[in-house]
Design a protein around this ligand. Structure first.
Ligand SMILES: NC(=O)c1ccc[n+]([C@@H]2O[C@H](COP(=O)([O-])OP(=O)(O)OC[C@H]3O[C@@H](n4cnc5c(N)ncnc54)[C@H](O)[C@@H]3O)[C@@H](O)[C@H]2O)c1
Length: 378
């Protein structure tokens, strides 16, 4: 079996999901390549060493530039806050490394464009970890739409609701709280949560042609973890937007971190002429399907338990009826990336595909400022 030496930067939430995926993937997928946990990198030596030991990395680094310079690293996995994605990705591309970058691709579309140009110039394989595409029920939704089972699409609806920033005492910036700091994150819920919804929507329903948005920052000032000073909050705490797709369908998207009671309510619904689909992350293995061609006496919403071998990715797991979970979406992503490496192809979404989401996020934030509809260049 061929090996692919991974150098992962950042060992937080995503560093754990990715490390798990690299460790598990060859147990369940027949692949030409096996990822090797060659090195993990983070700034704190004691903690990165402990992480390397716990997860089975062969070595560690405390400076990401040293990791990229190593000859024994084939692929750089970027699991850092968003403000570091561009610098690391461009350096990795220039060093000829493959790149797996966490989402959002960047803080802005301008940064994303620079990254796309760097990887295209270097010709390195790449992917961006929009993992919700690889929930089997979501992949199945895409297949049903592609097969024409819904007919003409009229509506797309998506939510991503959380409640973890309601307290005014929560500081902004630093470890775990960099998402509240616009300098580190780029934006608030738009780049963090809606980017996921947009990626899935565009993948399933095609390009978005225009948007009009509203954002709100409910807590205007917070203590900054790094300086101890009370400073203005520049992220969007909540964002709602309307969109038109190029195929003529209309959409409504909403994300917030102020929906008391919701921890990660990520949902989508698609209404077509012949059928509708609905999915909810809290019940991630189920796809709700309404098919108008069903005989009228049994017509209704069908609850499809996506666990059978002929449903996406499921033949690699247990037996029909037994479900999988969140962490498996990352294993699916690694499996697809490694299958692509064997063919010399990048796994979708590539940097260029993820840049489309970045452009839409920028348009959403621009519209929220101007109060106008913003067209998305095709
Ligand atoms: N795909 C998803 O569903 C998903 C979910 C959560 C986060 N993310 C994305 O993943 C990325 C990381 O998020 P997270 O939740 O894992 O964050 P986190 O705060 O848990 O981890 C960030 C890691 O980056 C490291 N880091 C920070 N600066 C560094 C530097 N200069 N050099 C080396 N390491 C450095 C930190 O030590 C930490 O280990 C973000 O881009 C985020 O948007 C994606």
């Amino acid at each position: 079996m061929k090996t692919l030496n991974i150098g992962m930067i950042g060992y937080g939430f995503m560093g754990r999901t990715h490390s798990n995926a690299y460790s598990q993937v060859n147990h369940f997928f027949d692949l030409e390549y096996k990822p090797i946990l060659k090195a993990v990198c983070a700034r704190n030596e004691e903690r990165v060493k402990a992480f390397a030991e716990q997860w089975g990395y062969e070595s560690y680094e405390t400076d990401w530039r040293k990791l990229i310079a190593r000859d024994d690293i084939d692929a750089i996995d970027i699991c850092t806050p968003n403000n570091l994605h561009k610098e690391i990705a461009i350096a990795a591309a220039e060093a000829g490394k493959m790149i797996l970058c966490e989402k959002p691709l960047a803080r802005t579309a301008d940064e994303g464009e620079e990254m796309c140009q760097a990887i295209e110039k270097a010709g390195v394989l790449n992917t961006v970890w929009y993992n919700y595409r690889r929930v089997p029920a979501v992949t199945l939704a895409k297949q049903l739409v592609d097969d024409g089972r819904l007919g003409r699409i009229f509506h797309y609806r998506a939510n991503f609701l959380q409640d973890w920033t309601i307290s005014a005492d929560l500081p902004q910036g630093g470890e775990a709280l960099w998402r509240l700091d616009a300098e580190a994150a780029g934006s608030g819920v738009t780049g963090d949560l809606l980017a996921h919804c947009i990626d899935t929507a565009v993948w399933i329903n095609g390009p978005i042609s225009s948007v009009t948005a509203m954002t709100e920052t409910f807590i205007k000032e917070r203590t900054h973890t790094l300086t101890g000073e009370v400073t203005k909050v520049d992220i969007d705490d909540a964002c709602s937007f309307l969109a038109r797709f190029a195929n003529g369908s209309t959409a409504i998207f909403e994300a917030t971190r102020y929906a008391r009671g919701h921890k990660a309510l990520n949902t989508l619904e698609i209404n077509g002429e012949k059928a509708s689909l609905s999915w909810d992350l809290h019940d991630l293995h189920r796809l709700q399907v309404f098919d108008h061609s069903d005989e009228s006496i049994i017509r209704g919403w069908h609850n499809v338990h996506v666990s059978d071998g002929d449903q996406p990715y499921m033949k690699n797991w247990w037996v029909p009826g037994l479900q999988i979970g969140y962490e498996h979406t990352f294993i699916h992503h690694v499996a697809d990336f490694l299958a692509g490496v064997a063919k010399g192809e990048s796994a979708s979404p590539t940097f260029r595909e993820a840049q489309e989401t970045q452009i839409i996020c920028d348009a959403v934030l621009e519209s929220a400022k101007s109060g106008q509809w913003v067209n998305i260049p095709s």
